[in-house]
Design a protein. Structure first.
Length: 116
């Protein structure tokens, strides 16, 4: 499909943002907090009723760990996701102290599994 107008482009970008968010098990509230928007504005963007700015697409690409041009891909098939993507998404915006705590929890879990 060739995008011929602004509405189709907004719809495609919005669909891809929703797919990326859902693939990581994120709510609109979680995503909104990460990029500094309201959940309702995320909904408008995902439904193609509002366009995403270049700045927001850049923020989203960093949060999702994907290239910015991925939002313009017309791929219908869901992509296989590395489970580490969800961990990255969940910890985006954490302080160094919070990240250190998460690392310690993971190390403790790994030690528990090795001794079980």
């Amino acid at each position: 499909m060739i995008i011929i107008n602004k509405e189709e482009a907004r719809a495609l970008v919005g669909k891809n943002i929703r797919n990326e968010r859902m693939a990581r098990g994120m709510t609109t509230e979680e995503l909104a907090k990460l990029i500094g928007h309201t959940p309702s504005s995320i909904g408008l963007i995902e439904r193609g009723e509002r366009g995403a700015s270049a700045q927001n697409l850049h923020k989203l690409s960093k949060i999702f760990g994907i290239p910015t041009d991925s939002f313009f891909a017309e791929e219908d098939a869901p992509k296989a996701r590395d489970p580490r993507d969800k961990l990255y998404s969940l910890t985006t915006g954490f302080s160094e102290e919070e990240l250190a705590f998460v690392v310690q929890v993971i190390k403790s879990f790994r030690a528990f599994k090795e001794n079980a």
